[in-house]
Design a protein. Structure first.
Length: 296
């Protein structure tokens, strides 16, 4: 189960990382909230369909007495997630994508600190892995730029909300229906994005049509599939490990931008990817050593 959870989280990170390319293309003619409203609406419809398909296992869980609805938990997760994504989107008007990726992923450090305050024991390999991953993310994203802007402050606040989101999901992932939790949180993000888009942005039908694939990928794969994988994966992974694995979206984003958009990767970026990979491997040392000691 531990390995299965890590694979789910890594797959979610891959989808989020490749969605960065979709967002770059999709927002070519759309404002950030208009694009978010379209992708989240599509993701909500996909998850609603998945909820209907999942009626059999849900009925079995009800009969066994193990079913717990996820609607209320999804309201809390959705509010936190909407604040995190909105702050991040607005911040990108004032700062670079690289600095946004680095500051956002400060949750690598914030999550184990928050988990420790909540009573979770954080092992040495998690702290070491977090430091290695953060150093790797610096080389991958920053490229020597350390000046702070208004946008950087907004991204920092969004990182705190992403930390809260990861810890919130860790609290409820094992207790409630994951499809209902995911459906509700994406529904909240859809509603919030629609309201903000109507208040501050103007979009044409042709702009939405032009960005149809970016909306589809960002909606079905990122909002629908990846966030559901996060919820299910966090059932089996500790929050500090989950944070490091999910931060790999930065690596997948850089590699996909290189392959699809033709952006170059400098040697320091490659070093950053290797450091992040090392950090992720280090976090798995504890469980592996425990299994070795038990089998000895």
């Amino acid at each position: 189960m531990h390995v299965r959870g890590n694979i789910m989280l890594l797959l979610a990170a891959f989808i989020w990382g490749t969605t960065f390319v979709a967002q770059m293309v999709g927002m070519d003619g759309l404002g950030p909230f208009s694009y978010a409203a379209a992708r989240y609406a599509l993701g909500f419809l996909f998850l609603l369909g998945l909820w209907f398909v999942w009626q059999g296992p849900r009925r079995t869980a009800k009969q066994a007495g193990t079913y717990r609805p996820g609607w209320k938990a999804g309201l809390g997760a959705g509010c936190i997630m909407f604040l995190a994504t909105s702050l991040q989107q607005v911040a990108m008007l004032y700062t670079t994508a690289g600095k946004t990726a680095f500051i956002t992923a400060l949750y690598i450090i914030f999550v184990p600190i928050g988990a420790a305050f909540l009573g979770n024991k954080i092992r040495w390999e998690n702290w070491l892995g977090a430091v290695l991953a953060l150093a790797g993310l610096y080389y991958l994203s920053i490229h020597g730029s350390v000046e702070l802007s208004f946008g950087d402050v907004l991204v920092f606040v969004s990182a705190l909300f992403w930390t809260a989101h990861i810890l919130f999901i860790d609290r409820f992932a094992c207790l409630v229906d994951p499809i209902e939790l995911s459906t509700t949180q994406i529904g909240i993000c859809t509603l919030g994005s629609v309201i903000f888009a109507l208040l501050w942005e103007t979009a044409t039908v042709s702009a939405f049509t032009h960005a149809w694939f970016a909306i589809f990928y960002g909606g079905v794969m990122s909002a629908g599939v990846a966030f559901t994988l996060q919820i299910v994966g966090q059932k089996y992974a500790e929050p500090s490990q989950a944070a490091i694995i999910m931060s790999f979206e930065a690596v997948f984003g850089a590699v996909s931008s290189w392959l699809i958009l033709g952006e170059t990767m400098a040697p320091l970026q490659i070093l950053g990817c290797l450091l992040m990979l090392t950090g992720m491997i280090v976090t798995q040392l504890g469980p592996v050593l425990s299994r070795v000691r038990r089998s000895a």
